[in-house]
Structures are given as structure tokens and as C-alpha cells.
Design a protein around this ligand. Structure first.
Ligand SMILES: C[C@@H](NC(=O)[C@@H](C)NC(=O)CCCC[C@H](NC(=O)C[NH3+])C(=O)[O-])C(=O)O
Length: 349
């Protein structure tokens, strides 16, 4: 059916509220079959006072997981990967249980512990301890395997960055190329995503970008400029840098069937229950909005940056929003309101 048209005034109000709750800046871009609504509020740089602009690049965090999943779905389409095969068939001896399949990993149902919970139990010290570190994939998986698994393979949804580190290892093992090269060849270049880069282990965001500020755990402590970091703790689970325009282009291309076969796209969108209004498929979240619209995409939370990136099931309308802080629940919850302004906006007259 026809969607309510986007509500630019509501969108601006949401972004103003996010800034009011502690984000230095917030911006959102809606692309409704070519009709673009773009709003930016606040600062890209607190030191210079430069205002945030919709074209500023930023760290998309876990939206990276959707990109990594697309590469593996393409490998499945090419007959080079069996989603129901044990991960250990491709990476012998990696995981302690042969029953963990590729599909379990891409759907966060492997039961593998999320090492990030441990790394960032204390937000600022945890970040400072890793911001310039370079990890191997194996080191990250080993961090996870020190802890008991949360569930038997396939038995439950339990989110873990570990799963998409394993996805990165699969990409490299199956193609013989680094994850960044496969993302460039299979996604960034074909879609002409000129603002999109896989940045690891370099700490600098290429070109003009918004600076990101980590909110400390202790209220009142100063924001920490977290813009420069290796993101080596996340890599194929969180190291892509992009722009709201490019992320929207990517999501619409994916959901309109331009990046995988129809069968693989159906598998990505086949979700398990996360909550009453949320599901997780393969590298893809589903959110059911109050107005009855279900949207597909991903959220992101890397130090200094919150992201919401969602589109309608057919990809005809997309929304990408980010705020330039993280570890700030009120900002994260407020920013979710961009989904309502984008997809449930003005009710039909
Ligand atoms: C949520 C999102 N996940 C991601 O984007 C991944 C890459 N991020 C995380 O797992 C959170 C890492 C800690 C961030 C830190 N928090 C703390 O340090 C808390 N002590 C911060 O908020 O910057 C997703 O999959 O939807």
C-alpha cells in the first residue's frame, strides 16, 4: 500500500531533541524514490564549531554487518558457500562446536559470547585501551571463547560482534582476499558509493567527516573525542565509514534485489524474534513501526556515533540517521524517532 509521506518537521524535531539530550550533532536523510529530505542539526566539530552537514562522512558501526552479510550471500549465490554448513568446514577447528553453522553466525544464533561486553564494561577506559590497538580476527574469537556460550547453536538469538568477526574470516578464507577488497569490488564500486570505505587499521576517516564524541559513564564528565580509532575490535563487524546518502543507496539496492538473488534476499529477511516489534534475519534487522510498516536495515553504535539505517521491504524508501555521540541511551532512543518521521510521517489527508 501507499506509505504516509515523510514528515520533515517531525524529522527536525527528533534531531533537535537528540541534540538537546547530549549529541553534539545529528542528521538524517530520507530518499523516497528519488525525493530526498535532508536535515542536519548541531556541530560536526566541537573545537572549530563547524556545523554538521548531511554530506559529512561518519562511522556506521554495525551497519557494517549488513555489508559483510551481503558478501557472504553473494558467495552462497555463486555456489562457493553453503549457509547450512558448519563454520568449521571452512575454518577447521575455529569453533568449539561443529554444530554452529554459517546461518547461525549471520543470524546471531550461534551462542558465541560477545567479547565487546567485556572490553567495554567500563566505557572510557575500555575504549582508551583498544582505540589504537590492532587485533587479528583470531585474537577476537579467542577473547569470546574464553567465556561460555550463551545458547546451543540455533536455539536462541544472542547478539555478538564475534559472529561477524567469524563472517570476516569466512570472507577471507573463501575468497583469498581481505574483507575490504571484497566489499569494494562487490558493493562499493558497483553502487558507486564514493563516500564509503572499509577503514582498518587506519584511524583517520578519509575526507570531510563528522567528529564523534563518546559520552562517559559518569554524568557530568566531559565528552571524549573518539573520532580517530582503529575499530580493530570490530573490523568486519563495524569498521565501514560512509555517508547517509551512500548507506541509503546500499540499503535500497539490497532490498530491491540488486545485490543478491531473490532467494538469498528472502533468507536475509527471514527473521527470528528479538522482541514484540523487532526481528533479526541474516545481517539484517526488522523493526515493526506503530503505523503498521515494517522496515529492514541495521543500527550502529561505535564510540562517538549512533546510526539508524532502514528501508521499506521493497527498498523504495530509505532513511539513514546518525548522531555524533554514543553510550547515551536517551540519544539512542530519541534518534529512533527518525523512523516514525520517515515511514509513518504525515497520515494520508
Ligand atoms: C548496537 C549495534 N552494534 C554495533 O554497532 C556494534 C559494533 N557495537 C557494539 O557492540 C557496542 C560496543 C560498545 C559501544 C560503547 N558502549 C559502551 O562502552 C558501553 N559500556 C558506546 O556506546 O560507544 C547493533 O548491532 O545494532
Amino acid at each position: 500500500g501507499t506509505l504516509p509521506s515523510p514528515d520533515p518537521a517531525a524529522l527536525r524535531a527528533v534531531l533537535d531533541a537528540a541534540v538537546g539530550r547530549g549529541a553534539p550533532g545529528a542528521t538524517a536523510r530520507i530518499d523516497d524514490r528519488g525525493t530526498v529530505t535532508e536535515v542536519a542539526v548541531g556541530l560536526a566539530d566541537r573545537r572549530t564549531g563547524r556545523v554538521l552537514d548531511g554530506r559529512d562522512r561518519f562511522r556506521i558501526g554495525s551497519v557494517t554487518k549488513t555489508f559483510s552479510a551481503v558478501v557472504l550471500m553473494q558467495l552462497a549465490d555463486e555456489g562457493r558457500l553453503d549457509l547450512d554448513a558448519p563454520v568449521n568446514r571452512y575454518l577447521p577447528g575455529l569453533l568449539p562446536d561443529d554444530a554452529i553453522t554459517v546461518r547461525h553466525v549471520l543470524g546471531h544464533r550461534s551462542g558465541l559470547y560477545d567479547y565487546a561486553d567485556r572490553l567495554f564494561a567500563r566505557t572510557v577506559p575500555g575504549f582508551e585501551a583498544v582505540r589504537t590497538r590492532v587485533f587479528t580476527y583470531r585474537e577476537l574469537v579467542d577473547l569470546s571463547l574464553r567465556h561460555p556460550r550463551l545458547n546451543r547453536p540455533g536455539a536462541a538469538y544472542s547478539y555478538a560482534n564475534t559472529n561477524f568477526v567469524v563472517a570476516g574470516m569466512l570472507i577471507e578464507r573463501l575468497t583469498g582476499h581481505p574483507v575490504g577488497a571484497e566489499l569494494r569490488e562487490r558493493v562499493f564500486r558497483p553502487l558507486r558509493l564514493r563516500d564509503t570505505f572499509y577503514v582498518h587499521p587506519d584511524t583517520a576517516i578519509p575526507g570531510r567527516h563528522a567528529r564523534g564524541y563518546l559520552t562517559p559513564d559518569r554524568p557530568g564528565d566531559a565528552l571524549v573525542d573518539a573520532t580517530e580509532q582503529t575499530v580493530s575490535w570490530a573490523q568486519s563487524a563495524g569498521a565501514v565509514v560512509s555517508s547517509t546518502r551512500d548507506v541509503g543507496t546500499f540499503l535500497s539496492a539490497l532490498l530491491s534485489g540488486r545485490l543478491t538473488s531473490p532467494a538469498r534476499l528472502r533468507e536475509m529477511r527471514r527473521t527470528v524474534r528479538v522482541s514484540d516489534t523487532q526481528g533479526y534475519g541474516l545481517g539484517l534487522r526488522r523493526r515493526d513501526l506503530p503505523c503498521g510498516v515494517s522496515v529492514y536495515g541495521h543500527t550502529g553504535a561505535v564510540q562517538g556515533y549512533y546510526t539508524y539505517a532502514f528501508a521499506t521491504k521493497d527498498g523504495r524508501r530509505n532513511l539513514t540517521a546518525f548522531a555524533t555521540t554514543s553510550n547515551n541511551g536517551p540519544v539512542l532512543d530519541t534518534l529512533a524517532g527518525t523512523l516514525d518521521s520517515a515511514f509513518c510521517g504525515k497520515p494520508p489527508p
